[in-house]
Design a binder for this molecule. Sequence first.
Ligand SMILES: [Fe+2]
Ligand SMILES: [Fe+2]
Length: 317
Amino acid sequence: MVHAPEVTTFAKDRAAKLDRISDEVDEVNVLKLKASKGEDVNIDDKFWEEQSKFDSEKDKTTFRQYEDACDRVKSFYLEQHTKQTLAYNLKMREEFRKTVRARMSIWEAMELLETLVDESDPDTSVGQIQHLLQTAESMRRDGKPEWMQVTGLIHDLGKLLCFFGADGQWDVVGDTFVVGCKFPEAIVYGSESFKANPDYNNPELMTENGIYEPHCGLDNVMLSWGHDEYLYDICKRQSTLPKEALSMIRYHSFYPWHREEAYQHLMNEDDKVQLKAVRAFNPYDLYSKSDAPPVVDELRPYYEGLIKKFFPPEIEW
Ligand SMILES: [Fe+2]
Ligand SMILES: [Fe+2]
């Protein structure tokens, strides 16, 4: 039996860096979303039609500015855009499907993820477990369904990749994009930022559709490898979460799509439905970090009850 991995000093150090860059990436997205508010959050489906109370009432002006973080975020993205190749993505999927790295319950995974807090950064927003609980709690306050609350609760558990041999940054966090076709300008820092990626210099891959068929559906494309794709694969195989929940997990960092509206030519009809779900999820992820810190022990029984409804007692990670 493979148990939870040991938290070594090396893992902690790598995790601290991940935590920092992850926060900075979020800050950039918060500011971008604020800048585009009212244009891209178009939730007109019956299920989502009620404008989120949480989203509109929140004081979004208290987030610290990110100027200092910009250089670090840019160099992080240059590395991510250089190393996320089609070949790398194929290799990671194959490797991850053939082994079980650990067996843990969802709650144990949350506790393990909590060790990723960056203790060296006094300005760090919140711990991982708190971010997960804040996301879920803000959905619960807004009366969102149980499956969505659970989705909020687990959406970043894929960051456990950090313990499974990831570099801990470019292959775990950051906005995602499609690999195997042209990199659109809508990706943060634009297509130029892929100049050093071998795929960028392969004309067969750099067509509009690349290795894909037009309107093949996003289920059939590969997104850059990281915590979203990893957790999506686990939840697809081991949970009873509905399709919208799986999409919230898989696409939550897919900003070129859910905010910038790129990749329309790869979408099918169902993706339009999934897009609404992902857009409804996004503000809870980005804006709940300033909420009062949740009391973990008080909330635990409620959320363990919810987890039980959608997951087996032990997950193969
Ligand atoms: Fe995330
Ligand atoms: Fe998150």
